[in-house]
Design a protein around this ligand. Structure first.
Ligand code: CO
Length: 134
């Protein structure tokens, strides 16, 4: 069912420092920061030949990554995103296997303008998983 690894998201308390590390130390292609108010994050995309890293910093008071940064003040891996060809078919299969979907349970439009769902980390081996229709 799942296809490519679309991205690994890393939450950081200091987006400029994280971007500089990827650009200047690791020599990666790093985008300008982009505010995504609907998602409560500012994101920088690190474009790798085979995937992307998303550097996430909280935006606004109600950011979904604020709690994560309280627990992990230095930042860390926040979620992995896999591509699926049909998000509603994926949702049905996951729910029939007992996997809980976060939020309303319905797809929302993610950072790349595509429908996404987030799966409960307790049902996914302790890792927050995003699936994105590609
Ligand atoms: Co993501």
């Amino acid at each position: 069912m799942i296809g490519k690894l679309n991205h690994v998201a890393i939450a950081t308390p200091d987006l400029a420092a994280a971007a500089a590390r990827y650009r200047d130390v690791l020599g990666a292609d790093v985008s300008a920061p982009e505010d995504l108010p609907d998602h409560g994050v500012t994101v920088i995309f690190v474009n790798l030949p085979n995937s992307k890293i998303e550097l996430l910093a909280p935006l606004g008071l109600d950011s979904p990554i604020a709690k994560f940064l309280q627990r992990n003040p230095a930042g860390g891996v926040h979620h992995l995103c896999y591509e699926v060809p049909d998000i509603m078919a994926a949702k049905a299969k996951l729910e029939s296997a007992g996997v809980r979907i976060l939020g309303s349970g319905e797809p929302t439009i993610g950072a790349h303008g595509k429908p996404v769902l987030f799966l409960h980390p307790k049902d996914m081996g302790g890792t927050l998983i995003e699936i994105e229709e590609a």
